[in-house]
Design a protein around this ligand. Structure first.
Ligand code: DGL
Length: 259
């Protein structure tokens, strides 16, 4: 089992931000990454549609002999991971907006959360924000269009900068000192965010903690690779491979149809 790959999925290139941390923490593991870009963005889908896509990608990753699945998407985690765990005989690790560390560290008592509509409207997100947000103010904002624009390769556009300015201003006005990036696509916007945000606002994502959690689960389940060689990552997508090729700087992206 230890030789088998870890399956990682997202609606698009966002999960590559988490995959980067996984690869540096677990250099001897093999990974299969799949971007479901034919169906992105997930944030605009219903909870039932997100569950349907997540189930299909999970089944496909299991067929590729994955030993563990990383749901590298906040929207899929918050809408589908509980059901996936009940219906599939494999371990899952997901990613959720990092409200807890931000709530523990805030000095102003105000934390901003930028996430998709699907994440912000999910039951799991409400549970987490009410559990950790009791004594603080959480200013939520939907990052409408951001995922679509990142998938279209518009990361450095004036359009995306303007949208971010509009989305972040209410948090800045309310005195937030932490901005939680509740979508794995958003860490790719960090250079622009740093230009827009006042210096006292800390950007929080939980890619490193999720990677550490994956390491713990591998050890606990005795699934970790014992190889001394550098692991191999194979990339797939369900739609056009252009953006993936740009992000991973490789031409070797396989296109698969998962209906
Ligand atoms: N990367 C996904 C997330 O973390 C993007 C969701 C979407 O496709 O809207 O939420």
């Amino acid at each position: 089992m230890d030789k088998h790959p870890i399956g990682v999925f997202d609606s698009g290139v966002g999960g590559l931000s988490l995959l980067g941390e996984l690869k540096s923490l677990l250099p001897h593991e093999d990974f299969i990454y799949i971007s479901d870009n034919a169906f992105a963005p997930y944030g605009a889908l219903t909870a039932a549609e997100i569950l349907d896509r997540s189930g299909k990608l999970t089944n496909w990753l299991i067929k590729q002999s994955s030993k563990l699945i990383v749901v590298a998407c906040n929207t899929a985690t918050t809408n589908a991971i509980d059901s996936l765990r009940k219906t599939h005989p494999i371990g899952f690790i997901g990613i959720e907006p990092a409200i807890k560390p931000a709530a523990l560290q805030t000095k102003t008592g105000v934390v901003g959360v930028l996430a998709t509509k699907g994440t912000l409207s999910s039951k799991l997100f409400h549970q987490t924000s009410s559990a950790y947000g009791q004594d603080i103010t959480i200013v939520e904002k939907e990052g409408k269009h951001l995922v679509k624009m990142i998938e279209e390769g518009k990361i450095n556009s004036a359009e995306i900068k303007n949208l971010l300015q509009t989305y972040l201003q209410p948090m800045i006005n309310e005195g937030a000192d932490h901005l939680v990036l509740g979508c794995t696509h958003y860490p790719f916007l960090t250079p622009i965010l740093k230009k827009i945000l006042p210096k006292n606002i800390q950007i929080v994502d939980c890619n490193v903690s999720v990677a550490k959690q994956v390491e713990r689960v591998l050890e606990k389940r005795k699934l970790h690779s014992t190889s001394v060689n550098k692991g191999i990552t194979t990339y797939f997508c369900t739609g056009d491979s252009k953006i993936m090729r740009q992000f991973v700087l490789s031409e070797d992206i396989k296109v698969v149809s998962i209906a």
